[in-house]
Ligand binder design. Sequence first.
Ligand SMILES: [Fe+2]
Length: 329
Amino acid sequence: MKGESAKPMIESVEVSPPVPDVPGAQVGPDVFRQLLRQAVRVADLANAQATRMALDFAEVYRREQRARDEVDANLRQMSLMEKQATRYAEDLAQMLRRERERRHELERALEQERVANEELRRTGLQGISHLLLAATIKDQTTGSHLLRVRRYVEAIADRLGMPGEIVEEFGYSSVMHDVGKIHTPDHILQSEHHLSTEEFEVIKQHCIDGETMLGEARFFETARAIAREHHERWDGKGYPDGKKGEEISLAARIVSIADVFDALTSKRPYKDAWSAEAGLKAIEAGAGERFDPEIVAGFVALAREGVLERISAEVAASDADEHPGSSAK
Ligand SMILES: [Fe+2]
C-alpha cells in the first residue's frame, strides 16, 4: 500500500523540476542528486500522508466497528428483553388460564353443591307435604289454615329483620307444628265439648310426638323446636315443658301467635270465626303473659299496615275451599 500511494507522487515529481532547456547545457550529477533527494522527500511526504490516511481510515473503521458492535449489543439486549417479555407474557397467560380453570372448577363444585342442596331441600319439602297430608286427613286441619300460619310467620320474621333464608325456614317449618296430632285419638281431636283433664294430657302429647316424628335431620331442626314448643307460654305456664321467655325458641314464639290468631279468626265446629279486630285484641291482651310482647308489637304493626288482611285475602283467593277443622287446641 505504501508503494502504490507513493508512485503517483514520484511520477508528478518527474515533471515538476524543469530541466533547463538551454542549448548546450549539461545535466550534471548534482542535478540528479537534487532531483533524487526531492523525489525521496516527496515520496516520504506521500508515504506519511498515506500512512496518516491509513491510520485515519483505521480509526474511522474502528469507530464504525465499535458503533456497529454497540448496535449489535443493543440489538442482542433488545432481543433478549423481547424474549424475556414474551416469556413473562406466556407465563402470565398460563397463570391466567390456570386461574380461570380453577375458577371454573370452583364454580362447577359450587353448582354441584347447590344442586345437591336443592335436591335435599326438595326431598325435605316432599317429606313435609306427605306429613301434612297425613295430618290434615287425621286432624281435618285445612291447608289454608297452615298456609295462613306460614305466611303470618314469614311476615313477622321478616319484620323482625331476619335474613331471607331464615324467614323461609321458619315459614316451611311452621306448617308442621301440629304434625304430632297424627297420634292423638280421633274422639279427643274432634271433640266438641270441653276436654277433661285426662283428655287434655293426651292432647299435650302431640308436641312431643311431633318433635319425635321429625327425626334428627338438620333440615327439620327448627320444625322440631316449633312442634315441641308452640304451646309454651312467655310466662312459663304453657306445655309440655313449662319453658318461659327466651327459653322458648324464637320460631316457636312466632308460630304461637300466628297459630292462635288464625284459630281465633277461623270458623270451627264449636265456634264462629272472630273478627280480625277481636283476634288482634286477644293477642294484644296475651302480650307478656302468653306471648312474647316484642313479637306481639310486630304482629300488631303488621295488622295496622293491612298485611294480615292481605295475606288472608290472598290465601282465600288461592284456596277458597276451606274445611272446618280444629287446631291450636
Ligand atoms: Fe298444637
